[in-house]
Design a protein around this ligand. Structure first.
Ligand code: SF4
Length: 404
């Protein structure tokens, strides 16, 4: 196993471990320190880090947890991440957690804190009310107050105060980590044969489960090795993937797409990358975090800002990645994702961009359908691209591409 495979395998193992052994060990080695779990999409990890806690993303059980009890607590047409997160709690896999925070991003997620509070004894549960509409001038001061409330909650959990300076130090660390993640994405857009989507995904997700000061050297090492990787472009189409902002597809699903396509950008694990520029490091830290969430973040299906159309955000991503097509693939039963799919599809049609629509579920285990769909889609696009080249060389007219 080479060094890059070693890093990626370690990240994958961490992501797929539904017993959370690494977080348990972290806590056992540090007497009195606490672990906080947060439900997607966004959580201000800086506050938890400044409190001396380990913040970890609780993003369901993927396809490694069987639903034995959670199904009885939830209706059948609910997204899988909510069910499997509750299953983690009911099956005592989260018994090491001290605090759990959810955000009411949709009808399904708004019930998660209540369900966790009732079903996981001893867990301190809170709801972080992020502003649904970030356009209003009241959003930033409102969110600052909400972050201040969260700071008080964390102070009572850890038994000491959290200073502004400690939060500023945490902001500096997370800024650095987000910068390095942006570099990994930039390298992937430029040379996807050096960094695959599944590698990038594992690396970013692992960062949501380990201390940031351990993730930073890992990102640096990965970047260094990936930039030197030898490789050459294969005959694959370049696609942008949209729909993985909350529930995450299985890694096998991403790999199945990659067999036929270079996935040059995506919205997987968006919470880790939602803040798209450095948070100011020397100002009032809570205001800086609030300002960055409202005015310095990427578009997402769970944030509404009428100043910027989400489809504009997708077009910008598509163009910056020099992509040739878009895969629109929200999670099954994900209402915000399905809503946006309609707008994104209309926009793509208007712009003449080829789109493949699929749905996924974190629990899926059979990927033959995904493989066939993406292969067929990619082959059709390559076929029409070749036809267009031949036609321009011979002066023949080309029929409209049916893949559109
Ligand atoms: S996957 Fe979609 S429906 Fe489910 S919690 Fe996330 S945003 Fe809500």
């Amino acid at each position: 196993m080479n060094d890059i495979d070693r890093i990626v395998t370690a990240c994958q193992d961490l992501v797929q471990d539904v017993s959370f052994e690494a977080a348990r060990k972290w806590k056992a080695a540090r007497s009195g320190r606490k672990v906080i779990g947060y439900f997607p999409v966004y959580f201000p990890v800086e506050l938890a880090h400044a409190a001396g806690m380990l913040p970890i993303a609780i993003y369901g059980g993927g396809n490694r947890v069987a639903l034995k009890q959670a199904d009885t607590h939830m209706y059948s047409f609910m997204c899988s991440i909510c069910k499997s997160t509750l299953e983690l709690g009911l099956s005592k896999r989260l018994d090491f957690l001290d605090v759990f925070v959810g955000t009411p991003i949709c009808d399904a997620a708004r019930h998660m804190p209540g369900l966790m509070e009732r079903n996981v004894p001893g867990l301190l549960v809170d709801i972080l009310y992020l502003p649904a509409n970030t356009r209003t001038g009241l959003a930033v001061p409102y969110l600052r107050r909400e972050f201040d409330r969260l700071r008080s909650l964390l102070e009572s959990a850890v038994g000491h105060s959290i200073s502004d300076e400690a939060i500023r130090d945490s902001i500096r660390l997370y800024n650095l980590s987000r910068r390095l993640v942006r570099e990994v994405y930039a390298l992937r857009r430029q040379a996807p044969w050096c960094v695959s989507a599944s590698e990038c995904y594992s690396l970013v997700r692992a960062g949501m489960l380990m201390p940031v000061d351990e993730h930073i050297p890992l990102l640096r090492e990965f970047l260094d090795l990936a930039a030197k990787r030898e490789g050459r472009p294969l005959d694959k189409i370049r696609v942008v993937y949209e729909g993985g902002f909350c529930e995450q597809p299985p890694i096998e699903f991403i790999r199945a797409i990659e067999e036929a396509c270079y996935v040059v950008d995506d919205d997987f694990a968006l919470g880790a990358r939602l803040i798209s520029a450095d948070v100011p490091e020397d100002a009032d830290p809570l205001s800086s975090l609030a300002e960055s969430y409202c005015n310095g973040s990427s578009y997402s299906s769970v944030q509404h800002d009428m100043r910027h159309l989400k489809s504009d955000g997708l077009m910008k991503k598509y163009r910056s990645a020099n992509a040739e097509a878009i895969i629109l693939s929200p999670a099954k039963f994900c209402e915000p994702g399905l809503d946006d799919q309609v707008h994104h599809l209309k926009r793509a049609e208007k712009e003449g961009i080829a789109c493949l629509q699929m749905e996924f579920q974190e629990r899926m285990k059979d990927f033959d359908g995904v493989r066939t769909q993406t292969e067929t889609f990619a082959e059709a696009l390559l076929f029409y691209a070749n036809e267009a080249t031949d036609a321009s060389e011979t002066g023949t007219a080309v029929a409209e591409g049916v893949a559109r």
